[in-house]
Design a binder for this molecule. Structure first.
Ligand code: NI
Length: 278
């Protein structure tokens, strides 16, 4: 019965966001119209948006092309609202992530989790909870290898394995890949089926383990449309969030997920690409 309800809910959500789906269906059609083999260095002309066509034989996905976001939202026009995206990497952590989710729930703030596939596999209930509570779950590779040092086959495995776990647990295809260490190369740009998302504020929280320092660093550098990099595997980082959010709210910031920040779809608090599993 609950399975039936889940499927019914997916259909309803799917219909609700049919406009959103449309873009992806169009994109998928475009993918199929591409020639079977593209030259190795095929890129979009320079003056257009920075698109990199995915080469063959990547399995068809809803994201046939990709953009690279090095910092905060380069393609946005101003909406007059100060936006900020909190992002948490390397989790989920059995101990710290649920504590973070409690804080985010209390503050009614949505965040983006760039999870490791192996940790998602180990803690499926945390991924499900985070997604159910409106957070975005994105891909941070399987086990945090430097993707630029891998063969094409290894690289695809790192991405796809993680993709599969996230998709199985959330029924949503991740939209973004954040490569471990933020390292990029041409192979990754060509072979990733995702938009690559880095960050604009790096607190180096993994190095400092000092919640006061992390908070002061963020408050000193924060600006509209920043993507803040934190790690939900460190207690001090989670501690920071509980005191940081009220201050940023007071300064007029609205918290959004990365998808919301980059797509300007902030009117709806929770837009999700729902896919149907047959
Ligand atoms: Ni990481």
């Amino acid at each position: 019965m609950s399975l039936f309800l889940s499927i019914a809910a997916l259909f309803l959500l799917g219909n609700q966001h049919s406009e959103h789906m449309h873009e992806y269906v169009e994109a998928a059609r475009y993918f199929y119209s591409l020639p079977a083999e593209l030259p190795a260095n095929t890129t979009a002309p320079k003056k257009q948006a920075p698109l990199f066509y995915v080469n063959i034989p990547v399995e068809p996905r809803f994201r046939p092309n990709m953009r690279i976001f090095h910092t905060s939202a380069p393609t946005l026009t101003s909406t007059g609202t100060k936006l900020i995206a909190l992002t948490f990497d390397d989790g989920p952590s059995k101990k710290e992530t649920p504590r973070l989710l409690d804080i985010l729930k209390t503050e009614r703030v949505k965040a983006t989790f760039f999870v490791l596939g192996k940790n998602a596999e180990a803690h499926p209930e945390i991924i499900k909870r985070a997604f159910a509570e409106g957070h975005e779950i994105e891909n941070h590779s399987w086990d945090h290898k430097d993707l630029t040092k891998l063969s094409q086959e290894q690289l695809l495995k790192e991405i796809r394995q993680t993709d599969e776990v996230i998709e199985r647990l959330t029924k949503r295809i991740p939209l973004f890949l954040r490569p471990p260490y933020g390292t990029l190369n041409k192979a990754l740009e060509q072979w990733s089926t995702y938009d690559l998302v880095l960050w604009s504020i790096d607190t180096k929280d993994w190095q400092h383990h000092d919640s006061t320092y992390i908070q002061e660093y963020i408050l000193k550098h924060v600006k509209d449309r920043d993507i803040i990099l934190l790690h939900d595997i460190h207690a001090t980082s989670v501690d920071t969030v509980s005191t940081l959010i009220p201050i940023l709210k007071e300064q007029g910031y609205t918290f959004v997920t990365v998808e919301e920040l980059l797509s300007e779809k902030i009117e709806s608090s929770h837009k999700t690409l729902v896919i149907q599993h047959g």
